[in-house]
Design a protein around this ligand. Structure first.
Ligand code: NAD
Length: 370
């Protein structure tokens, strides 16, 4: 039965496989509302290439206002080859950076956990990845993706591309606090990743993270250069608990961490820090498989699980949803990207139906994790 006030959730399906993976998740949310499990007001808006096609802008002002009025936003993916030649301001990816910025979501939480059922899907040896459970805390609204000056200019007849890596003390301090705070509820270990042997912004990063760490004596802290971190992630990923790093390093390392688990289609992320949390799979719009009903919707369901947990305070439902994904995997049912010999390969729609059905079964049986 529903309790409390109505919570507003905004759905942004976007481009490519976005609408396909969003559909079963939107269906589950609608069913949660219809069965009065939660009091929800679910709306949908345009973003990315789909928004550009209809409005001439990848992030229409209406989408921003709806997002700001919501408790949480669930975004699928944006982008596609036919938008690649548009000017930067009109590119779908601009909307992605824009919405995170507008929501003040400065911290991106990217868990990489090995589902035991998918141990064989990793390219690493099982003994290297056994028990993998790490969280990359990526700074999301600063660094080289936003720093000025930027652009392509002509100097003495030669074209030059310019971007600026830039971090202020308060920006570093607030992301460090997020990392230490989440580490307290995990294995209490933070690894800060930088390039302090070359970049001044990293020298400041290291200094501020070290200072913030003193406020969290129960959490251990070590520092690692980004090139070493990239190696260590494939050599011995079990050494990591929470990795905190800047925007560009986090972008790259979290994708690397995702491969450890076997499939980019299994990983969710949360962007938090403002009033409204933003939840999205880490994968893109996968134009190579869009419209073929073969995309894996699991990351989208797991993004909803993070939304339920972090923005709606429904940790029990979040665990049940995670358990539903695991149960379906355990039954040997797989989308093509995570298929193994002997597994039954299903499409996006059927995978979504199975996960939703198991979710309701687990709730009805009352056997769900509390
Ligand atoms: P991608 O994540 O879209 O695809 C990489 C590979 O993983 C592809 O082979 C794809 O088929 C596969 N894949 C991704 N998601 C999958 C899923 N759910 N199920 C099964 N397979 C899946 O990355 P890309 O190819 O580098 O980028 C494609 C487009 O997406 C580009 O326009 C890019 O800018 C955009 N992009 C968007 C986001 C986002 O919206 N958050 C993130 C990354 C890339």
């Amino acid at each position: 039965m529903t309790t409390g006030k109505t919570r507003k959730v905004l759905l942004l399906p976007g481009d490519g496989i976005g609408p396909e993976v969003m559909k079963p998740v939107a269906g589950l949310l609608a069913e949660m509302a219809a069965r009065k499990l939660l009091s929800l007001e679910v709306r949908e808006a345009l973003i990315g290439g789909a928004a550009y096609d209809k409005t001439g802008h990848p992030l229409p002002p209406e989408t921003v206002s709806l997002a700001r009025e919501s408790d949480a936003v669930l975004l699928a993916a944006v982008g596609g080859p036919r938008y690649d030649t548009l000017p930067y301001e009109h590119r779908p990816e601009r909307a992605l950076l824009g919405i995170r910025e507008k929501l003040g979501a400065f911290a991106n939480l990217r868990p990489a956990r090995l589902f035991p059922q998918l141990a064989n899907a990793s390219t690493l040896k099982p003994e290297v990845i056994a028990g993998l459970d790490l969280l990359v805390v990526r700074e999301l609204t600063g660094g080289i993706y936003f720093g000025a000056p930027r652009g392509i200019v002509t100097e003495n007849g030669i074209r030059v591309g310019i971007n600026t890596e830039r971090y202020s003390e308060p920006e570093i301090e607030r992301i460090a606090r997020v990392a230490f705070t989440v580490a307290r509820n995990r294995r209490r270990k933070v690894t800060s990743v930088d390039k302090a042997n070359v970049l001044e912004s990293s020298v400041l990063w290291r200094e501020v993270v070290t200072r913030v760490g003193r406020d969290f004596p129960e959490v251990s802290l070590d520092h690692m250069y980004v090139d070493n971190a990239a190696m260590q992630l494939v050599r011995n990923p079990g050494q990591f608990d929470v990795i905190v790093t800047g925007n560009i390093f986090g972008d790259i390392l979290s994708d690397e961490a995702s491969q450890l688990t076997g499939s980019i289609g299994m990983l969710a992320s949360a962007s938090v820090g403002g009033r409204t949390g933003l939840y999205e799979p880490i994968h893109g719009s996968a134009p190579d498989i869009a419209g073929k009903d073969i995309a894996n919707p699991s990351a989208m369901f797991l993004s909803l699980a993070m939304l339920l947990d972090h923005s709606l305070g429904e940790a029990g439902l979040a665990r049940t949803l995670e358990q539903s994904v695991e149960t379906v995997l355990g039954e040997g049912i797989r989308t093509r990207d995570i298929a193994e010999p002997g597994s039954r390969v299903v499409g996006c729609r059927e995978m979504g139906e199975k996960i939703s059905r198991v979710f309701w079964d687990l709730l009805e049986k009352g056997s769900a994790a509390k």
